[in-house]
Design a protein around this ligand. Structure first.
Ligand code: GDP
Length: 298
């Protein structure tokens, strides 16, 4: 995902190699190149500005540590600042103090929510949890079935309305699923909600109603990292319309430019908590800002 950005930054740093100390002109030129590299990677403009200003300020004022040459010092600064915009420390899931932990997923259709629900369930199972998947996406034909298929793949049961028995109300399904979880001793409930192709008021209202009904411990906004700047726009719309605690980036295995991944934390103020990076159920992990920054600068 970050191939072009990585190459661009590597070229920038190459220009600094062999320099004994950095002049103002070196710092300005480097800052300019980093700015272009980030803009080309589709990083949101306010994030680029803040990032470049921070790098420039530190390059000017920080003492060069004895062990590093100026080029290495700049790489270290860029690394640190990448970690900062990616969220600093990883943010772990918060579990409920009593009763089942409720995790609600929200996002656009095609973001990868249903796939993600099963991946998260598998990950939780591997941590010794007993998750229950809940199918509240009753808009898209086949969404319930898809969740059931994915649930089957990871060996996690799916709570879904029975076809034709009049329980087509996603809020009622969500509410009933919590009771089911208590009865069957599930300690985590993952609620998959409906997505639309675009943001609309009805979608937001339904997600808000489900949220109010199940009082989730975590609302996670699932977003396709391939959609670039649109990811940031959608993230803002869901923040205003539903609200959420954390973000899950999907399709990080794609070849998009990576701007969404680099912008979303700063723009929304919400941490990226998980990353999904492929079609396999195990292509999923906690999002580690430090590792991501290292990957970009590799
Ligand atoms: P939903 O509409 O949000 O529930 O999205 P789906 O879970 O149905 O995913 C939409 C498509 O994206 C499916 O074809 C998935 O196989 C695919 N997909 C989901 N996550 C990833 C991922 O991390 N990487 C790749 N390459 N494809 C993914």
């Amino acid at each position: 995902m970050f191939a072009t950005l990585s190459d661009r930054l590597a070229d920038t740093f190459k220009n600094l190699r062999g320099k004994g100390r950095l002049s103002e002109a070196d710092i300005d030129a480097t800052a300019r190149e980093i700015r272009i590299a980030l803009l080309e990677a589709d990083v949101a403009l306010p994030v680029v500005k803040e990032f470049v200003a921070a790098v420039k300020e530190r390059a000017r004022t920080e003492e060069v540590s004895g062990a590093l040459n100026p080029a290495q010092q700049v790489i270290k600064i860029v690394h640190d600042e990448l970690v900062t915009i990616l969220g600093g420390e990883e943010r772990r899931l918060r579990y409920a103090k009593s009763g089942p932990t409720v995790i609600m997923l929200a996002g656009l259709q095609g973001a990868g929510k249903t796939t993600l629900a099963a991946k998260l369930a598998l990950w939780l199972k591997d941590q010794g949890k007993a998750p229950l998947l809940v199918a509240c996406d009753l808009q898209r034909p086949n969404a319930v079935n898809q969740l059931q298929v994915n649930g089957g793949r990871v060996g996690v049961p799916v709570y879904a309305p029975e076809p034709g028995n009049g329980t087509g109300d996603p809020v009622a399904v969500a509410r009933a699923s919590i009771e089911e979880a208590r009865r069957k001793l599930h300690d985590v409930v993952i609620v998959d909600t409906a997505g639309r192709l675009g943001v609309d008021a009805e979608l937001m209202q339904q997600a808000s109603d489900i949220r109010d009904a199940v009082q989730p411990d975590e609302v996670l906004f699932v977003v396709d990292a391939m959609i670039g700047q649109d990811a940031v726009v959608t993230a803002q719309a869901f923040l205003d319309g539903v609200g959420y605690d954390g973000v899950v980036l999907t399709k990080l295995d794609g070849d998009a430019r990576g701007g969404a991944a680099l912008s979303i934390r700063q723009v929304t103020g919400r941490p990226v908590m998980f990353a999904s990076s492929g079609e396999k159920m195990t292509d999923f992990d906690v999002f580690y800002p430090d590792r991501m920054a290292s990957r970009i600068l590799d």
